[in-house]
Ligand binder design. Structure first.
Ligand SMILES: [Zn+2]
Ligand SMILES: [Zn+2]
Length: 187
């Protein structure tokens, strides 16, 4: 069965949602229900997002709880721990398979509800995305940034699985720091 349409946008939504909380400074991009609504809107991928949903105070709490669960997936000890964390999300949001033929597409399965709370929708989409990433790429592609000053999560899609940082910004900063350290050692 082909679940590959859960590969790209849903994985990015999972990573971006997890990284809305800076694990080191505790700076939180989801401070109000309006921030949840704007997260949904900026992650509008057509069939994936439902912009226009109004987030309430309870949604803010639910989405933050989901975010903590998502981080558990990335910080799990092994594939069993990650699978358990993903399964907990799928069970919590009651992800139910549904045949979809949206936009004239061939019939395929979706697991997120068409209406209801944002956290339930986000939970189904992100947990399905991470499931597919785990099945197709393996757990060793899941990581947290190796920088001393950043703990953001990522899914490594590089061919040789060499990624150590969440972003090019962190890679560049760490390379510069390492270069300066070498220069000091030489000088
Ligand atoms: Zn679809
Ligand atoms: Zn980083």
């Amino acid at each position: 069965m082909d679940f590959s349409h859960y590969s790209d946008a849903p994985v990015q939504i999972a990573v971006d949602l997890t990284n809305t909380l800076n694990a080191i400074t505790h700076e939180d991009e989801l401070a109000t229900p309006a921030d949840v609504a704007s997260f949904l809107e900026t992650h509008d991928e057509g069939e994936w997002c439902r912009p226009g949903w109004k987030a309430a105070e309870s949604d803010l709490h639910e989405v933050r709880a989901l975010r903590a669960r998502l981080r558990e997936v990335f910080e799990a000890e092994d594939v069993a721990g990650a699978s358990e964390a993903i399964n907990t999300i799928l069970a919590d949001v009651v992800a139910v398979p549904r045949l979809s033929i949206h936009a004239g597409a061939d019939p395929h399965l979706h697991f997120e509800p068409q209406e209801g709370a944002p956290a339930r929708w986000l939970g189904a989409v992100t947990a399905m995305g991470l499931s597919v990433a785990l099945i197709e790429g393996g757990f060793d592609r899941f990581g947290t940034c190796n920088s001393m000053t950043c703990d953001d999560v990522f899914v490594d899609t590089s061919r040789n699985r060499s990624r150590r940082h969440c972003s090019d910004t962190c890679t560049t900063r760490e390379n510069v720091a390492a270069y300066r350290a070498r220069q000091r050692a030489d000088g």
